[in-house]
Design a protein around this ligand. Sequence first.
Ligand SMILES: Nc1ncnc2c1ncn2[C@@H]1O[C@H](COP(=O)(O)OP(=O)(O)OP(=O)(O)O)[C@@H](O)[C@H]1O
Ligand SMILES: [Mg+2]
Length: 378
Amino acid sequence: MNESTFPGTQHHDQHQYVTPSTEPMSPAPEPRYAPSTEPDRTAHHDPEPSTTPQEPPATADPSQQRPIIPNNYAEMPRPTAKLTAEDMAPVNDPHGPRHKIGPTGRPLPDLPEVLPPTRRGPAQVIAMCNQKGGVGKTTTTINLGAAIAETGRKVLLIDFDPQGSASIGLGVQPHDLELSVYNLLMQRDIRPDEVIRPTKVENLDLLPANIDLSAAEVQLVQEVAREYTLQRVLEPLIPHYDVILIDCAPSLGLLTVNALTASHGIVVPLECEFFALRGLAMLTDTIAKVQDRLNPKLEIVGILGTMFDGRTTHAREVLDRVVQAFDERVFHTVIRRTVKFPETTVVGEPITTYAPSSQAATQYRDLAKEVLARCPAG
Ligand SMILES: Nc1ncnc2c1ncn2[C@@H]1O[C@H](COP(=O)(O)OP(=O)(O)OP(=O)(O)O)[C@@H](O)[C@H]1O
Ligand SMILES: [Mg+2]
């Protein structure tokens, strides 16, 4: 297996959705992402070796060329920044000294205070996307959404994962749902307001999902303009929200392609451990394909280090490597590992209300500042 450049570029995953098409009633291919009847929380869709010829790069622009990620830990460069415990301490602390080196090895910027919105909508649509499982997509969707809602912006969270984790994380039991995002996708006579529900958090609404959504992945394959189905559902909602966040499933199947087609931006949560780097190339390939063929306005808003443990050099090395590869697209804010997040799932509310003054809540508020600075809404 030749992975000397960027793991994932050499192979095509059988689960990867590679031939988006808008042709009317194109012959239904075998679904490439076969949904299981049981939710798979550990799904890790790494590429399979393949002998198929490679596609030419999406762009010849050298600035767009893919960064090199080493294939094994021994090849990892040592961090460029020498960080002391004191350097790490003020990260995300609004009262701490600024212009210190942050956990990404770069000086921390002064993030502008977020002002209340001056108008309602049109919404910025942002997908949380990474085909690796358990990297913090759902945790980020819920807590970033809640942190943005705190600023007075109206936020809609779309649970776009048949596991229904975002719904559970906001206190909604997926098996109790009569209507879910599945009905909106597949039945034109269902109105969004029949499915969207408020949450306990002011300004935060939820479009819930359950296991029904896995059927949509198969059924949509037969549809005309199947990649645009979610975009069509969202269109009437755009004027009523400032930010719409989509919690994607851990796959690059048709549902995720729908989410990317409907979005202006992508946030890629990335667990700060070495194996998280694998598969990033496949994700950036899919993003490039969606940009080329379906949604030219799609941009990577940022890459977010999650489950960061500053006590380990490993986490810092991984972050350093990601910064070398993706540079300013990596958020300065990182989310540290804390048991508070699993606890919030149990109580069914975001960290910003469960532990409002915790470091974890502050981190998501900082992330909200960075996201709003990169793609202003309201
Ligand atoms: N910063 C963190 N510190 C500790 N635990 C975390 C952190 N972020 C998320 N977790 C926990 O890790 C687990 C996976 O997180 P999460 O569900 O957000 O990932 P995901 O990418 O959405 O997973 P999936 O791919 O299955 O949808 C959850 O139990 C969550 O509570
Ligand atoms: Mg999830």
